[in-house]
Design a protein around this ligand. Sequence first.
Ligand code: ASP
Length: 309
Amino acid sequence: MTPQPVLALHGGAGTIPKASLTPEADAAARAGLRAALDAGWAVLQAGGSALDAVTRAVVALEDHPSFNAGHGATFNRAGFHELDASVMDGATGKAGAVAGARRIRHPVLAALELSKPSDPLLLFGEAADDWAGQRGLELVENSFFSTQSRFDLLQKMLAREQEGTLAAATEQEKHGTVGAVALDQHGHLAAATSTGGYTAKPAGRVGDSPIIGAGTWASDQTCAVSGTGKGEDFIRTALAHTIHARMLYLHESLEAAANAAIAAVTALGGGAGLCAVDRAGNVALPYNTAGMYRGWISEKGVYVAIHEE
Ligand code: ASP
């Protein structure tokens, strides 16, 4: 039987509490999620690969200023942007990633390019920028990624540090990342993730998003996963790979394995969310924060949500 294609995505677990999200911001985020779902779905419907579908969906999210990736990414403490991204192909086990990129317009496309050779898999900073430029990918000034609202968030976080109220920072001040997972009609799975990291992160800090097995994982044996939340906790729990391992060795369902992985981050005190799809096309979108920008699309329809709904 031909598998029924499906694509699921997240636009970050850093959502604003429902009461303070303006109707305009709500509508803009939903439109961005829908456009990204449509971009990925067009690939799947045309018989394309899960890897291409997740990449197209993430490119759309990177272009959208509502989400913390590409244009609209967070500022680090030094006042500029360092971008992390990765992809993994469940069919071949190939993966690629960039970390600390400063000039690549679409970091996920650089990750895709890096997944083609098996070495290098992960490039950092200037080396990533140069490599992407040599491959013909679009390079931009670092300020291309800046938006006023992310700049305001940086000021807010720096003020919190001064006041000693950092612990009270909201999820929206802290978190954000975009990611997509898909199952294609050939039965292959893939995942892609892209982020600016967290607001006011130290320069040079690398999160989970470019770490294969932490923020991103895909295997045709089990599932594809893309995460968002406290990157350090995702790395410490090898979150994305753990979901795969629980399914493979404990024979857990996608939902049970994904919930267990989120619970492990909750136990460490971190905010966390993810999108995942298994080889049968089941989707899981768990999170432990006030909400998560998320959605899925398949022959059955389209789902877009931000809070509990
Ligand atoms: N996981 C990302 C990181 O730690 C950020 C986030 O999703 O909030 O870099």
